[in-house]
Design a protein around this ligand. Sequence first.
Ligand code: NAD
Length: 345
Amino acid sequence: MKTFNLHIAAVPVRACAVTVGHGAAQGILSLLERLADVDRVFILHDTALQDIAERVQSLVPDSVLLPVPSGEASKSLETVDALVRELLLQHATRHSLLVNVGGGMISDLGGFLAAVYMRGIRFVNIPTTLLGMADAAIGGKVYVNAGPVKNVIGHEWYPEAVLVDLDILGSLPDAQLREGLVEAVKLGAVLDSEYFGWLEENLERVVAREDGALEAAVENAARIKTEAMGHGIELRHTLNFGHTVGHALEALSQFSLSHGKAVSIGMSCEMALSDFPDRQRVLRALEILDMPVHIPRDIDVRALWDIMRNDKKNVGNEVRIAVPIRIGAAHVQSLGRERFMQLLA
Ligand SMILES: NC(=O)c1ccc[n+]([C@@H]2O[C@H](COP(=O)([O-])OP(=O)(O)OC[C@H]3O[C@@H](n4cnc5c(N)ncnc54)[C@H](O)[C@@H]3O)[C@@H](O)[C@H]2O)c1
């Protein structure tokens, strides 16, 4: 018997610029100048965002639109398969660039597609929801769902650039805005007490889109998320605050419960499962956003636990949840079934 050791060459450290500002989508032009070897550009978008996608298309001659139906159900291997076939029909090569124009569903789906097409092509995110701008589009965690189980098929694949164009916020409905602000509250609660304090004072103004308050909320959330992605896995796990319970709720509701609402309920439950002293401050912020904080009556808590058992942070039989220990700092703690049932039943 012989063993040959393959020494894996270290992946070079790469940078990904996150640009925030009015008209930031125009940055695609200078990016394409920098990426001179790009042969074709494909714009993935959700069908509800045809206008925004066409505006991006008008900046890039000969780019091709790839529409997918809106909604979480599109974040699946079936959609990836259909898109791979479409890219092949269009003769996309390893030098083609994918531009994801949409919310978190599109940046997750498109990032995953870019990661697997021909073992990886480059991509750019132009987020169109506040949730995308503040969180989902930034970083390299890209996923699709396995049926109702959220984000269990994934990769780490970083965009060339993230262009957070604040002009796009103008078309975003208020309901979407509030949902996205749940992730902003989460970022403050686990990572940045100053930002959380600012949100406490300004959240009403942010929701009312007063005097640049919304822009400031987005810019700072994008900065905090970008900085966090440069840290180790433990800190990055804390970004999952609210998501262990939240993802299970999304699955049990067959995605009729939106991501922002599910995470809001998830944050409220996960705080109840820990000894976090500032729970009321977080609940108050969620209240201003008019987000739900209780598990819907028709949800079976035992079924919730069973789905949480498939969360990708878990080790052995325990579920791991990320919770703040004080505003601005968090840790990941283990939770057994009995305690979960005791506290939530
Ligand atoms: N990878 C990550 O780090 C990460 C982090 C957080 C969330 N996520 C994922 O993000 C997804 C949720 O993101 P989302 O809330 O943006 O959902 P989404 O992309 O499904 O968008 C929500 C709805 O808003 C509409 N929409 C999008 N932009 C719009 C605009 N400018 N104007 C009007 N309507 C618009 C969409 O058509 C859709 O109906 C989930 O799949 C979640 O798992 C990923």
